[in-house]
Design a protein around this ligand. Structure first.
Ligand code: M3P
Ligand code: FE
Length: 303
């Protein structure tokens, strides 16, 4: 059994006030707590305590959290990670605000992943009894929830093997050099039925390319783009479509330079989903389907 879902992304920001303005007012996440110099936010469609943690001082990824269904599975993942050759440490209840006991794993590419089974349940404003489709006081882009993260690795094939063998992820799409001599450039992997919950591309170790939020449809992507113009957000790419995952997207930067994405569409996967392959000669179309052009910033800026 794979892990349940991506639970949180914890990042560094250079200026907390600017970051809070971006994540809370522009993207529309709710501030759940400010504690120990960190700000915790959740999106309106999420019931767990938080999905984003901001920490002042620098830029880039601190860690990614994945929620696991049972304590037994947690122990299994820990053992498998150790057999894989990864360093693991136990995380105690409360070390992460509102999160229970867990296991921290350093990926072969250096990023820190934390697994946990318990996180405080806050619920949503719309609730679970005769709910409205969205909350009245939705702000900005009104992002629904955290959707996926894309990290970079000097050896993406090794990290793909880790997510598959240790955490039970399956592969939806792979980008390879050419079928005759296949070297992995990128991999898109899922743990449930989404197009992807994690992706790994060739690049520097221990870096983040972006993390993405789910929106309902293409019109909400356009609406988010309008909000980005109103709020002077630095847009990287889009609105456009991905060839890989078939998602619809805008990439943009938070005020510290962490890349975010708003994402919708794509297909349903599941345990019988056959892996799709893209070849490097079609790379630009795979990443940005419509223009078939990838700007230099997109392939060189990692945080
Ligand atoms: C996505 C996605 C890169 C491709 C990114 C694709 C960085 O973000 O959601 O499918 O090469
Ligand atoms: Fe993405």
């Amino acid at each position: 059994m794979p892990v349940n879902k991506i639970g949180f992304v914890h990042i560094r920001v250079t200026d907390m006030d600017e970051a809070v303005e971006h994540y809370s007012n522009t993207l529309g996440q709710e501030i759940v707590s400010r504690e120990g110099g960190k700000v915790y936010l959740k999106a309106w469609d999420e019931f767990d305590h938080h999905s984003v943690v901001l920490e002042e001082g620098g830029v880039g990824l601190v860690k990614i959290g994945y929620k696991v269904d049972t304590v037994d599975e947690l122990a299994t993942y820990e053992k498998r990670a150790q057999s894989f050759g990864c360093t693991t440490t136990r995380v105690s209840n409360g070390e992460n605000l509102a999160v229970g006991d867990g296991v921290a794993i350093t990926l072969p590419s250096g990023q820190r992943v934390e697994l946990y089974t318990e996180i405080e349940y806050l619920g949503t404003q719309t609730g679970t009894l005769n709910p409205d489709p969205w909350p009245r006081d939705m702000r900005g882009a009104g992002v629904h929830r955290l959707d996926h993260a894309l990290i970079s690795a000097d050896d993406p094939a090794m990290v793909e093997r880790f997510f598959g063998e240790v955490l039970g992820f399956r592969i939806s799409e792979r980008l390879i050099t050419d079928p005759g001599n296949p070297v992995l450039i990128g991999t898109w992997m899922f743990c449930g039925q989404k197009a992807h919950d994690i992706a790994v591309v060739k690049g520097p170790d221990n870096k983040l390319h972006h993390f993405a939020y789910w929106l309902e449809d293409w019109s909400q992507i356009l609406h988010a783009g309008d909000v980005f113009a109103m709020d002077d957000v630095s847009v990287d790419v889009g609105p456009t479509r991905h060839g890989i995952t078939r998602g619809k997207t805008i990439y943009f930067f938070d005020p510290s330079g962490n890349r975010n994405e708003v994402f919708t569409g794509g297909y349903i996967t599941g345990s019988d989903f056959p892996t799709i392959t893209w070849t490097a000669d079609q790379l630009a179309k795979g990443i940005i389907y419509i223009s078939r052009e990838v700007n230099e910033r997109f392939t060189t800026v990692f945080t």
